[in-house]
Design a protein around this ligand. Structure first.
Ligand SMILES: [Mg+2]
Length: 237
C-alpha cells in the first residue's frame, strides 16, 4: 500500500509522567544525604528541568547535563560521573512504573493493522528511553529516535528519514502529533501530510502552517485513514 503513518510519542501515544525528573532527583537526594547537604526540592526541580530542556533540545548529551545538575546541587564528588553515566540505564529500568498509553492508543494501532496500514514512530529524545517507552505501550513498529538517527523534528531531515524508513515518498505519509510547530509544521514543510492531535487545548499558532487534519481522540484516526484510502482507491473523475 502506497500509504503509511508516522507517529510522535510523547503526548500523542503515551505519557512518561515525569520519569526522568523523578529518577534524576532521587539521585540528587541520595547524594545530598550521603554528603550531609540540605535538599531543596523546589530548587532541585528548577535546576533539573533546565538541564532536561538542554539535552532534549540536543544542545548537550544526557550525561553532560546530568553531571551539571549534580555539580550544581551537590557539588563535586567522585561518584558524580558514575551516577551521570548510570542515569540512562536507571531511567530505562524504571520506565515501566511511569509510562502510560493515551486512551485508545493500542486499539487504534490494531485498527490500522486490520486496514493493512504500516506505521513507524519518529520521536525527539534519547536511546534507549524512547524505544522502551514505545514498547511499553505495545507499539511494535519501527522507532526512529532523534539521538540515534542524528536528526530532530522539526527538521526536514528527520521527516525524510521517516519516509525512507517506510519506503515511501514524503507525500504518501501522514504524521500524527500533538505539537503544532514541531510535529505538524515540520511534517508539512517536509512534504508529509499532518494530523494534529488536539487534546490538550493548546491552541494552534496562526503563524504555523495548518495541519491537513485535526483529531481530538485517537479513535478518530482509523476512520480518517479509511476515508482517505477509499477516496484514493476511486478512479479519478
Ligand atoms: Mg509530543
Amino acid at each position: 500500500m502506497n500509504f503509511a503513518i508516522g507517529f510522535d510519542f510523547d503526548h500523542t501515544l503515551g505519557l512518561d509522567n515525569k520519569l526522568e525528573r523523578t529518577v534524576g532527583l532521587e539521585i540528587v537526594q541520595r547524594l545530598a544525604a550521603a554528603r550531609g547537604l540540605p535538599y531543596d526540592a523546589a530548587n532541585a526541580i528548577a535546576v533539573f528541568d533546565t538541564a532536561l530542556a538542554s539535552y532534549r533540545n540536543g544542545d548537550v548529551a544526557v550525561e553532560t547535563a546530568i553531571g551539571g545538575v549534580l555539580l550544581q546541587l551537590v557539588g563535586p564528588g567522585a561518584s558524580n560521573l558514575d551516577e551521570a553515566a548510570r542515569f540512562r540505564d536507571e531511567v530505562a529500568l524504571r520506565a515501566p512504573e511511569f509510562v502510560t498509553a493515551l486512551p485508545g492508543a493500542r486499539a487504534m494501532l490494531d485498527e490500522l493493522d486490520s486496514l493493512g496500514v504500516r506505521y513507524a514512530l519518529l520521536t525527539n529524545g534519547w536511546s534507549p528511553l524512547q524505544e522502551t517507552k514505545a514498547r511499553l505501550i505495545g507499539f511494535d513498529g519501527p522507532v526512529l529516535v532523534s539521538e540515534r538517527i542524528g536528526a530532530r523534528k522539526p527538521s526536514r531531515a528527520a521527516f525524510e528519514l521517516l519516509a525512507k524508513q517506510l519506503e515511501l515518498a514524503p507525500d504518501a505519509v501522514w504524521y500524527v502529533g500533538d505539537d503544532p510547530l514541531i510535529d505538524c509544521g515540520g511534517a508539512r514543510a517536509a512534504g508529509l501530510g499532518a494530523v494534529w492531535f488536539d487534546w490538550e487545548a493548546r491552541g494552534y499558532p496562526p503563524e504555523v502552517e495548518p495541519p491537513n487534519f485535526v483529531i481530538h481522540a485517537l479513535d478518530e484516526l482509523p476512520k480518517l485513514v479509511q476515508g482517505h484510502l477509499t477516496g484514493a482507491a476511486k478512479p479519478p473523475g
